[in-house]
Write a protein that binds this ligand. Sequence first.
Ligand SMILES: *Cc1c(COP(=O)(O)O)cnc(C)c1O
Length: 219
Amino acid sequence: MSISANIKSIKTKIPENVTLVAVSKTKSYNEILEAYHAGQRVFGENKIQEMTQKWSELPKDIEWHMIGHVQRNKVKYMAAYVALIHGVDSLKLLKEINKQAKKVQRVVPCLLQIHIAEEETKFGFDREELKALIDSRVLQELEHVQIKGLMGMATFTENAKQIRKEFKTLGAMYRALRKELPDITELSMGMSGDYPIAIEEGSTMVRIGSSIFGARNKT
Ligand SMILES: *Cc1c(COP(=O)(O)O)cnc(C)c1O
C-alpha cells in the first residue's frame, strides 16, 4: 500500500483523540512529503541532526517530535523548534532543555520516559525515581520546560500478554500522576507492532513508523 493509504488505514483504527506521530527516521523528504500531502503534520525522529535538517528543508507547519534518546550536548540544536521531546530520562537532561529553551525564549513541552520493559537497555525513570522527581518540586523551578505527560516502550516481544501488562502499568502511573499534576494530558505509548493494545490501555499518542513508511533498512 502507499504511504497515504497506510495513514488512512491507521486513522480508522485509532480514536480521534489519539495523536498519530508518523515516525520518519531514515525516510526521505519525498516520503515525508507524501505523508504531509495526505494531511499528516506530526512527525517523529530519533536523531537530532537528521531532524534539524528535515525541519529546515520541509514545510514549516510540521510539528517535529524527538522520540529517541537525547544527548545533552545536542539539545541546543532543536531547542528553537522542537514541538515535543518524548524521551526525557534524567533531571540533568531536563535542566539542559530548560537552559537551552530559555536562550531562545521558549517553553519546550516534554514527556518523562518511564522504564517499563524487561530489557535493561531501555532508558527511563522507574516508579521510585519518578516519585522522587515529582516530590522534589524541582520541576516547578524549570520555567522553560513544560511536562506534558509520560512515555514508555514495551519489551520487544511477540508476547501480547507481557506487552499489555507493561502498558497497563504505565497507564496506571499516568492516571496517578494526573491527580498530582492536573495539566498533563499525554501518554505516549504504542508503535507499529503494539499500538492497538496501547490504545486499549489509555495511550493518547502512538508513534508509528514501519506501518506507514514500510520497513527501515537502517535505524
Ligand atoms: C522507531 C521508533 C518507533 C516506531 O517504530 P515502528 O515499529 O517502526 O512503528 C516508535 N518509537 C520509538 C521511540 C522509536 O525509536
